[in-house]
Design a protein around this ligand. Structure first.
Ligand code: SAH
Length: 237
């Protein structure tokens, strides 16, 4: 009995030591994001991230969304492989895209390119509901399991081609695309509410991160914010 108790105590200790280690790592990651934001502010026009976005970055357990062999690197400010030739964006880009979307607590958000599920989790901290579509089944299923395990129950996922958006849940207050098409899919503009925003990388090898705003009268304006590099948006055959 005594042996059992000490084994449990030991287990408790190592788990809490591990999670506090990640708390520090996340805090450090947020500091790096703030520094980087200030450094590139002239190009991006975003000098500071809102407290809400920084708080989301500081609480979402990124290590829970990356493959086990990448866990130690989870809080470094760089992209990581998630398998199937796909990558998860560097935390700074996740924060930047989230900031550009200007998410409000009542929002319904669509994400195209679930990948690891990490960006969806960050959005889920800020929005009421998040819908996320992934074209690679294995990735979508792993991400859905991670989101469920971590308690993000306001995220709905599906496997499919996000080029078409998700008409059943449209219109959306905001849409974020995390894979790059060579043009803006018109369906996504259609599924945006008046006053809504679409954040999307557009181009070939290097893309422009674009913000498309749909005005109250239904017309749109597009702004190129910063050059980025995303995996291409693929299409269902
Ligand atoms: N947002 C993700 C990273 C996305 S990487 C994260 O936080 O981890 C881009 C993802 O888009 C890849 O997983 C890729 O398989 C997916 N993708 C590419 N084309 C797509 C399409 N047409 N519809 C949905 N997902 C797509």
């Amino acid at each position: 009995m005594r042996a059992l108790i000490s084994a449990i105590a030991l287990l408790g200790l190592s788990v809490s030591a591990l999670s506090s280690e990640f708390v520090d790592a996340r805090r450090q990651m947020v500091e790096e994001i703030k520094t980087m934001a200030a450094t590139v502010a002239r190009e991006t026009g975003v000098a500071q991230f809102s407290p809400e976005v920084l708080a989301a970055m500081e609480t979402v357990p990124r290590h829970a969304f990356v493959p086990a062999d990448q866990r130690d690197a989870a809080y470094r400010n760089r992209p990581l492989p998630v398998g199937h030739g796909q990558t998860i964006s560097q935390p700074f880009i996740v924060a930047m895209m989230t900031e550009l979307l200007r998410v409000r607590p009542s929002d319904r958000i669509l994400e195209v390119g679930t990948g690891s599920g990490y960006q969806a989790a960050v959005l889920a901290k800020l929005a009421r509901d998040v819908y996320s579509i992934e074209i690679v089944r294995a990735l979508g299923e792993t991400a859905a399991a991670a989101l469920k395990r971590e308690g993000f129950d306001n995220v709905t996922t599906k496997i499919g081609d996000g080029y078409q958006g998700w008409p059943e849940y449209a219109p959306f207050d905001g849409i974020m695309v995390t894979a790059a098409p060579d043009h803006i899919p018109p369906e996504l503009i259609d599924q945006l509410k008046p006053g809504g925003r679409l954040v999307i990388p557009v181009g070939d090898l290097v893309q422009d991160l674009m913000v498309v705003e749909k005005k109250r009268d239904g017309t749109t304006t597009s702004t190129a914010v910063v050059p980025v590099r995303f995996v291409p948006l693929t299409r269902e055959k």
